[in-house]
Structures are given as structure tokens and as C-alpha cells.
Design a protein around this ligand. Structure first.
Ligand code: SAM
Length: 454
């Protein structure tokens, strides 16, 4: 297994990671750009021979691809994510016993009131022409604004003023109209709001890293919300009509390094933990998390970061100790030393660059804690699939994630039963000399493990 290979041709390319058209219902309610596709989950559920009498776990469930796919197949599941927004997304996407009639009535009441309030505050309906021409009156202060603390959390330029005001009016109306309904109805509509933010109202996109786009002076927030919530309700009703609602799916907001509340007798794990790279998972969903009041100030952001596996320099803290778990692994220590050596050679001296090697050791230490907490929850012979990508994020030093993870897993009572290439991604260009540039491909693999019996 190699961390990188020189070009040419990849055996499989990016399209393998795309969601197939027939899989969009429910999966499409809200997805991370980096989520794996439903057909990957199907492949391993089938390969592991998991059926309706088994329990599947995704300990890093993100936006719930494993859980939704298991539920579609009538297989009970448990998911866990330490980020409250990911947990909310997964919870909504696996709660299929809501009344579609109540949702429709509530949606109409929200739209009616939000439309009236918006007009009163100078935010009337938007014509498509006005949007195309990017003509919008200058935003006026109207009381709909973030708190000072929330403002500080919002990445600069990620949301323009008028779309923000429209979103806040809509959020207030969701809160008002669902005050007396079950919490699940409230969260369902909040997830539709999150979709509007991430797929239209915000000035950001993913490529795959989150980046700022041209600012939108205005956006048809209510129109997008109405269409998306209506689609979600239709897909929910269709799943109910097919008798799929009863299969249990439990979602916990929990740290996978502890798994305190996860039940036992797990037959299979299909998951994709973070990779050791510079991706800050709290930034990918930052705007949605603020608007949904899941992140309210710096302390709450720090709390979430601390509960996440260390995988980037933005979530490493002075008192972190996970690295101590992998001191006896020469392979991991040698990668960390190589990163630190390269940093010194290149004269890279910033605070973040100095943390690169620590991220890697905390990452594998955290994964070791996760695997240790998981083992007693697994039934004998349980099978596990971990989708992980090799990395070059730290000064181009190769980190062979699946190979190193397999070593850690073996030390915690697992047997490696395979490692399959999922896809190759084009990595950064490496410049060997001013005239010689080389593109490298980075492997994303599925590490297959089995609970080993003593
Ligand atoms: C690669 S994403 C998973 C994507 C998922 N497969 C999907 O389909 O959306 C990794 C997830 O791990 C979560 N995570 C990171 N550290 C965690 C921890 N210590 N415990 C639980 N979840 C964690 C992140 O919040 C993120 O949602």
C-alpha cells in the first residue's frame, strides 16, 4: 500500500463518489460535500451480509449516509457524531414517522408569516430578473441581525446582509410556528433552512475545501425553502407509503473516542472518520451551525472542536494527550519526525506549521481510543469498513492513513481482512525543480477489519 503514486491514469475516478440519481431521495435533504455515496454503503452492507436482524453503527456519521441507506434496506442502525449540526442532520434524515400533514400545514403557516414579515421590513418577494441582474437595494438595519458573538464566528464575507436578514426572519418563524409541535418537526424544518444556506443563500462553495464565492446581494430564501421543504415532505411521505418508517435508527451526539451511549451487539461498522489533513469540520458547516443556534459564541465553538478527533491544526489544544497512545508505533513516529524535519528544512515557522506533526500523532492516538472504546460494543466476528484517504497535507510528507490505521487496529484486537482502493484523487502538484512539476494521485481506501477473538 502506498501513500502516493505518480500519474498516469487512475483506475477509477471522481464519479465513483457521486450520488446515483435513484439514491437522491432523503440522502439529498442535506449532504456534506465530502460524504461518501449511498452505493458504497450498499456494497459493504451486502459484502458483510448484514440483514434486518443486525445492528449497524456509523461512529462518525456526518450527514447520515450509512444510517439512511441502512434504513432504506430495513436494517437497524446507530450513528454518532460529536458535531451537533451533523447529529441534527442525521437525526432528521432518519426520523420518518412524522406527520406529513402536520409538516405541510406548519410549512404553509411559516411561509405565510415569513413572507408578511419580510415585506414589512423592506424584503419583498424577489423577481428572477432582479436576481439575475444582481440588483438589490442597499440593506437597511431592521433588527434582524446576528449577535456580536455570533458575528465573530462567521467567516468574513460568507453571508451578505439581505440574505442574512431573510434567513433570520425565516428562522424566527420556524421557531414560532413549531413552538408547540414535536421537536422533530422543528428540526425537520431547520434542516430545510440549512439546505438553503449551504446551497444558495451563502457566499461559499466547496471544491472540495470550502471557499468564498462572489457575494450575492440578495437571494430568494423563501422560494428555495418552500421548494426544498416540500420536496422533503414528499420524500418522507413516499418512504412511509413503502412501509420503511418503522426500522429503528438512533443518532447520538457523542465523541467516538468514548462511545459512552452506543449500545452493544453491533454486527457491522461502516464509516468514514476525518482524515489527518487541514480540514476544519467546524468551518464546513459554520454558517448553518450559527443560524441554527448550535454555535453561539467562541466557548461553544471551542467545546465542539475539543470533542472532535484531532485532524487539523485548528483543533489542537495545549492539553491534548491523544498522541501518547501511539508512542510505541515506530511507523507513526517516523512519519511525524519526517514532517517536523521537512518543516525545519523549509524554514516554515508559523504556529500552525509547528503543529503539523502533532496533528498526525494526536489523530492516530484518537483513532486508537476510538477502536478501544468500540471493541466491547461489537459482537463476535463483527466486520468493519473504514473509508480513509492517504494524505499529503503536511508539507507533502506522505501519510499512509489506512496502513497506519490498520497497525493501530491490530494493536487493539482487530484483524485486517482487506484494504480496497475506493478512488484516487489528484493531489497537489509537486515542484521538484522550476521546470519539473509532477502531479501525484492520492489513494482513498476502504480498510476492512474484523473483531479478533483472543
Ligand atoms: C468524513 S465525515 C463523515 C461523513 C459521513 N460519512 C457522511 O456520509 O456524511 C467525518 C465526521 O466525523 C465527525 N467527527 C469528528 N470527530 C469526531 C469524534 N471524536 N466523534 C464523533 N464524530 C466525530 C465530524 O463531525 C464529521 O461529521
Amino acid at each position: 500500500m502506498q501513500a502516493t503514486t505518480a500519474i498516469p491514469r487512475p483506475p477509477r475516478n471522481g464519479s465513483i463518489n457521486a450520488v446515483q440519481k435513484e439514491d437522491t431521495p432523503i440522502h439529498g435533504w442535506y449532504r456534506f460535500v465530502l460524504s461518501y455515496p449511498p452505493h458504497l454503503v450498499r456494497q459493504y452492507l451486502s459484502g458483510f451480509k448484514v440483514g434486518p436482524s443486525d445492528l449497524v453503527l456509523d461512529p462518525f456519521c456526518g450527514t447520515g449516509t450509512t444510517l439512511v441507506e441502512a434504513k432504506k434496506l430495513g436494517i437497524p442502525s446507530v450513528g454518532c457524531d460529536a458535531h451537533p449540526f451533523a447529529a441534527l442532520a442525521s437525526r432528521v434524515k432518519t426520523t420518518w414517522n412524522l406527520s406529513a400533514d402536520l409538516l405541510r400545514t406548519t410549512l404553509k403557516n411559516i411561509l405565510r408569516r415569513a413572507s408578511r414579515v419580510s415585506s414589512t421590513h423592506g424584503l419583498g418577494e424577489l423577481s428572477f430578473t432582479a436576481l439575475m441582474l444582481q440588483e438589490a437595494p442597499a440593506p437597511q438595519p431592521n433588527g434582524f441581525q446576528l449577535t456580536e458573538e455570533e458575528e465573530k464566528l462567521l467567516p468574513a464575507g460568507f453571508l451578505s446582509q439581505r440574505p442574512l436578514q431573510r434567513l433570520l426572519i425565516l428562522r424566527d418563524e420556524i421557531e414560532r410556528q413549531t413552538a408547540e409541535t414535536p421537536q422533530a418537526i422543528h428540526e425537520f424544518l431547520l434542516l430545510a433552512l440549512a439546505h438553503v444556506i449551504a446551497n444558495g443563500a451563502g457566499n461559499f462553495a466547496f471544491g472540495p475545501e470550502i471557499y468564498r464565492t462572489k457575494p450575492k446581494p440578495d437571494y430568494d430564501v423563501l422560494g428555495h425553502f418552500a421548494r426544498h421543504a416540500d420536496l422533503m415532505i414528499g420524500e418522507l411521505a413516499a418512504a412511509q407509503a413503502r412501509g420503511l418508517a418503522a426500522t429503528p435508527a438512533q443518532v447520538l451526539c457523542d465523541d467516538a473516542r468514548e462511545l459512552t451511549e452506543v449500545p452493544g451487539n453491533i454486527a457491522a461498522v461502516i464509516t468514514s472518520p476525518p482524515y489527518p489533513n487541514e480540514k476544519d469540520y467546524t468551518r464546513t458547516t459554520r454558517v448553518e451551525s450559527i443560524l441554527l443556534r448550535l454555535l453561539t459564541d467562541k466557548a461553544s465553538l471551542r467545546g465542539v472542536k475539543e470533542s472532535l478527533l484531532r485532524s487539523n491544526t485548528r483543533n489542537v489544544f495545549v492539553n491534548d494527550t491523544d498522541s501518547g497512545e501511539v508512542e510505541e508505533f515506530p511507523s507513526i513516529q517516523s512519519v511525524c519526525r519526517a514532517i517536523e524535519r521537512r518543516r525545519v528544512e523549509l524554514g516554515k515557522d508559523s504556529g500552525f506549521e509547528r503543529l503539523y506533526h502533532k496533528v498526525v500523532s494526536h489523530y492516530f492516538g484518537g483513532m486508537r481510543r476510538h477502536l478501544r472504546a468500540l471493541r466491547p460494543k461489537l459482537r463476535p466476528g463483527a466486520k468493519l469498513a473504514y473509508v480513509v484517504g492517504d494524505q499529503l497535507s503536511f508539507l507533502m510528507v506522505p501519510v499512509a492513513t489506512s496502513k497506519l490505521l490498520a497497525e493501530v487496529a491490530e494493536a487493539e484486537g482487530y484483524r485486517t481482512i482487506g484494504c480496497e482502493l475506493w478512488r484516487e484523487r489528484v493531489g497537489t502538484k509537486v515542484r521538484n525543480s522550476p521546470t519539473n512539476e509532477k502531479t501525484v494521485r492520492v489513494r482513498e481506501e476502504v480498510l476492512l477489519l474484523e473483531k479478533a477473538e483472543p
